[in-house]
Design a protein around this ligand. Structure first.
Ligand SMILES: Cc1cc2nc3c(=O)[nH]c(=O)nc-3n(C[C@H](O)[C@H](O)[C@H](O)COP(=O)(O)O)c2cc1C
Length: 311
């Protein structure tokens, strides 16, 4: 799909990432990617973000991890993953052999964790890092790293000093001031922002059984089409604050969603929860976008994107 190729570029540093298409599989919804190669056409993907990888292996949360709500889902997976060492030894060779472009999504509970992960990414020539900053900073009273502009600046700067590849910072929507967080990220040296991660939420179900109310509840991160208006707002605010490119996500499942996100300044897209409902959604979206471009005589995706910038 030559027409869909797009380059995300940090104009200040000239660091860039070229994607075959602007459609990226969102972290946590594609495992380590190799699980999906027999079922999806990888040519339709610009990249796939890996499940969040931590320094050590994590079993994730026990108990109920997924709670369905109207227009979306709440998850509390708890970052179950194999750990960076096993990822590099056991998962990455497959991706490299099969030419699968990926963003390594990383998560830590201290700045030192992120520094070590960035060092390993650098040593292994990993092309692009997506830093999940929606993790509790254990050393600073479990506040999310990404919710304080100073700690976010410091974290981004530390990673930047170590990692020379394309650095994407994934912002949390659980804030009343996304602009300051975006600015801190850009000033810290990130090449790109991706947004949004899930929104803190509580799912509750009450049944009346045998004369008694029985309550079930799950607290976790909300995703899916119900969060799209929040994501549109956040992306438009981020774009007002920074010059670096923005990868948009949050409830994308249709071609018209791509146009809505382009209209607020998105440069590429990640698709998450929709994959659980329509497993071939990313392939369909890339094909539909390509068809739209051909039918309406745009030269390519870059020209289509320009159309929104000129409005
Ligand atoms: C089951 C599940 C697991 C996720 N795991 C991660 C993760 O490990 N790291 C991360 O940065 N985001 C994770 N996310 C967040 C998604 O990548 C995405 O930011 C969010 O779901 C919003 O997009 P969507 O509405 O298209 O799903 C996860 C989401 C879901 C639904």
């Amino acid at each position: 799909m030559v027409k869909l190729e797009t380059t995300l570029k940090n104009e200040k540093t000239s660091n860039s990432l070229t994607l075959k298409t602007p459609i990226i599989g969102a972290s946590g919804t594609f495992g380590y990617n190799s699980e999906f190669v027999d079922f999806i056409d990888l040519n339709c993907f610009g990249a796939i973000a890996t499940k969040g990888i931590t320094l050590e292996k994590r079993p994730g949360n026990s108990g109920e991890r997924i709670f369905e709500v109207q227009g979306g889902m709440i998850n509390r997976i708890g970052l179950e993953n194999v750990g960076i060492e096993a990822f590099v030894k056991e998962k990455m060779p497959y991706l490299l052999e099969h030419n699968i472009d990926f963003l390594l999504n990383i998560a830590g509970s201290s700045i030192e964790d992120y520094e070590k992960l960035a060092q390993i990414a650098q040593e292994n020539n990993i092309k692009a890092l997506e830093v999940n900053v929606s993790c509790p900073n254990v050393k600073q009273g479990c506040l999310e790293f990404g919710l304080n502009p100073e700690s976010l600046f410091k974290l981004t700067q530390k990673i930047r000093q170590i990692y020379e590849g394309f650095l994407i910072v994934k912002l949390s929507p659980n804030t009343s001031d996304i602009k300051s967080l975006a600015t801190a990220t850009e000033q810290g040296g990130a090449d790109c922002i991706s947004a949004i991660n899930t929104i803190r939420a509580l799912g509750v179900k009450v049944d009346f059984i045998g004369n008694k109310f029985i309550k079930k509840s799950v607290q976790g991160g909300l995703s899916g089409s119900c969060i799209k208006p929040v994501a549109l707002y956040m992306v438009s605010e981020i774009k007002r604050a920074v010059k670096i490119p923005v990868i948009a996500m949050g409830g994308i499942s249709k071609l018209s969603d791509l146009f809505e996100f382009l209209s607020v300044g998105a440069d590429a897209f990640e698709i998450g929860t929709a994959n659980f409902i329509y497993p071939s959604i990313c392939t369909s979206l890339a094909r539909e976008l390509n068809e739209f471009i051909e039918k309406n005589n745009f030269k390519n995706f870059e020209e289509l994107k320009e159309q929104f910038k000129n409005e």
